[in-house]
Design a protein around this ligand. Structure first.
Ligand code: NAD
Length: 302
């Protein structure tokens, strides 16, 4: 009997097709209400998800035949990993599929902050020609501090190097073989731009807060395209109001979507709605890779 895979979040159709071509029966369930998933998963051997489906203990238990959970993307915060492991269910993801997408958004935001692209656009649309007010800065020759020099941090640093920036990297677990490795204090004290590319963990929560902002260069620019919560948003707000932080760009927030977030009142903040991985290329890669990984695991089981 064919093995059955439920795809419960919208996936690149090329990934869905790959599963079908591999001889698997595919249940296309992304338009189904999420509360119907426990019923639909009952006879499935694998589930493929993105971020919308929560692979909770209850959903995992409802999948009585479940052997593999495939997450298209990197974050596994929506999977009860401990419970899956306890039940012998393999969890696979596609950590490298969207590295270029996230790095490019980080760079987009960095250049947009220094050249006031957003204010320039809204100004013109509102009938203002703020040529004199919008004198920006170059990134050329300036120092970028990269906190977390894994896949995305490295990809951002490579792009920054091509723009003539000096790179400082801090990562207690990975040493870069391409960029200068320094301690966190050096990044904080010497960087003109600081960008984080690390997971949100108890250790990284609010790792940039009041004390760190106080020790930064005046006029520093802060970028966060990693996870909301690694920067203390209240402390960032105070540092932006005082002028210590000249500009900030965020793709992620402690609460998403942000509700009554005072950062949104600041003219020197630009932001995007957690779209780091949201590109056609990245999602295509993630869809195909997750299908391949899920098939690989199912095929091992015969
Ligand atoms: P990665 O695992 O390759 O790199 C993460 C790095 O963070 C690792 O080298 C690790 O050693 C380092 N790290 C862990 N704890 C640290 C600490 N306390 N201080 C400094 N460094 C620390 O992961 P990646 O593929 O580069 O992704 C990085 C992050 O990007 C992810 O964790 C995720 O939060 C985020 N992300 C965001 C989006 C988005 O849509 N905005 C999309 C994908 C990933």
């Amino acid at each position: 009997m064919n093995m059955k895979v439920i795809v419960s979040d919208k996936l690149a159709m090329e990934g869905v097709q790959k599963l079908k071509d591999g001889g698997f029966e595919v249940l296309e369930a992304w338009d189904e209400p999420k509360d119907k998933l426990p019923e639909l998963i009952a006879d499935c051997d694998a589930i493929v998800i993105r971020s919308a489906t929560k692979a909770t203990k209850e959903l995992i238990d409802a999948g009585t035949q479940l052997k593999v959970i495939g997450r298209a993307g990197i974050g596994l915060d929506n999977v009860d990993l401990e419970h899956a492991k306890a039940k012998g269910i393999v969890v696979v993801n596609t950590p490298a599929a969207t590295t270029a997408s996230v790095a490019e958004l980080t760079f987009t935001l960095m250049l947009a902050t220094v050249r006031d692209v957003v204010r320039g656009t809204t100004g013109i649309k509102e009938g203002k020609w703020e040529k004199k007010q919008l004198k920006g800065n170059e990134v050329f020759g300036r120092t970028l501090g990269v906190i977390g020099i894994g896949r995305i941090g490295t990809a951002v640093a490579e792009r920054a190097e091509a723009f003539g920036m000096k790179i400082l990297a801090y990562d207690p677990y990975t040493k870069s073989d391409k960029f200068e490795n320094v301690d966190l204090d050096t990044i904080i004290a010497q960087s003109d731009f600081i960008t984080q590319h690390l997971p949100l963990t108890p250790e990284t929560k609010h790792m940039i807060g009041k004390d760190q902002f106080a020790r930064m260069k005046d006029g520093v620019t802060i970028l966060n395209v990693a996870r909301g919560g690694t920067i203390d948003e209240d402390a960032l707000y105070d540092a932006m109001v005082s002028g210590k932080v000249a500009k900030a760009a965020l793709d992620v927030f402690e609460t998403e979507p942000p509700v009554d977030n005072k950062l949104l009142t600041l003219p020197n903040l630009i932001c995007t709605p957690h779209i780091g991985a949201q590109t056609h290329e990245g999602q295509l890669r993630a869809g195909i890779q997750v299908a391949e990984r899920v098939m690989e695991e199912l095929n091992k089981l015969g």
